[in-house]
Structures are given as structure tokens and as C-alpha cells.
Design a protein around this ligand. Structure first.
Ligand code: SF4
Length: 65
């Protein structure tokens, strides 16, 4: 599974990084980016980060529904 952050909407609050630092980090531009693939180990926290994002700019590709 792969995570994507739509930087045009990210407000750089850092919540996703707090929740799932294995996948998300704050880049040099002060906005979040997904720098690593989502693994079975991190899928739960990546989903939590997605749900917690206050502006809903995190997308998970290949999410099981
Ligand atoms: S939680 Fe959302 S708004 Fe906050 S840094 Fe992460 S992607 Fe950006």
C-alpha cells in the first residue's frame, strides 16, 4: 500500500508524523510527505494518520475495503 499527501492542502500540523513516523515526515517545505511505503506493520497507523488529518489530504492507494 502506498500513501500520498496532497501538499496543496496540507497545513503542516505534523499530526500524521506524530501518529506514523514510519511513513510520514515533514519535508523541507514544512509540509508532510509520504517517504516510505505502507507495510503490513504500519498500515494500521497510516490509516489512523489518514483519518486524523484535519484537512483530509492523505490518501492511501490500494487500501483494502
Ligand atoms: S496531518 Fe494532514 S495537514 Fe497535518 S501534516 Fe499531516 S498531511 Fe499535513
Amino acid at each position: 500500500m502506498k500513501a500520498n499527501v496532497d501538499k496543496s492542502g496540507c497545513i503542516g500540523c505534523g499530526l500524521c508524523v506524530d501518529i506514523c513516523p514510519e511513513v510520514f515526515r515533514i519535508g523541507e517545505d514544512g509540509l508532510a510527505e509520504a517517504y516510505a511505503p505502507v507495510t503490513p506493520e504500519t498500515a494500521e497507523r497510516a490509516t489512523e494518520a489518514k483519518d486524523a488529518c484535519p484537512v483530509s489530504v492523505i490518501e492511501l492507494e490500494g487500501e483494502e475495503s
